[in-house]
Design a binder for this molecule. Structure first.
Ligand code: 5GP
Ligand code: ZN
Length: 112
């Protein structure tokens, strides 16, 4: 499948990994928009949050459960922001579900 993040999971494209288990992978964004900018993705190819169903929701729940561990490991004790872009209007560029974990600076109130 022609998916950049599936290729990162397969090791075909290099990445700077910060966390991995059998369900998910987290790595540093190639174009960081904050001092800490991590992408957290499921190993199963799910295009976006729009494709989350009762059947695969445990995968999404697992991703959420991992976020505090990553935030703590990155020293984001003062807070962080989690974003998941879905589709055209949100400017989603990679069609593999991902959470952006952003932190390490005081962010603006504007979200869109
Ligand atoms: P989106 O706009 O789809 O929410 O975010 C996709 C993110 O993936 C962008 O922040 C972009 O910088 C990042 N990205 C795209 N290609 C690569 C890559 O090959 N490696 C890494 N580490 N990040 C990537
Ligand atoms: Zn994929």
């Amino acid at each position: 499948m022609d998916c950049i993040f599936c290729k990162i999971i397969a090791g075909e494209i290099p990445s700077t990994k910060v966390y991995e288990d059998e369900t998910c992978l987290a790595f540093r964004d190639i174009h960081p928009q904050a001092p800490v900018h991590i992408l957290l993705i499921p190993k199963q190819h799910i295009p976006s949050l729009r494709e989350i169903t009762p059947e695969n929701a445990p995968i999404a729940a697992h991703l959420l459960a991992v976020i505090p561990q990553i935030a703590q490991a990155e020293g984001l004790d003062n807070g962080f922001r989690v974003i998941s872009n879905v589709g055209e209007d949100a400017a989603q560029t990679v069609k593999h579900l991902h959470f952006h974990i952003l932190g390490g600076k005081k962010m603006g109130e504007q979200m869109a």
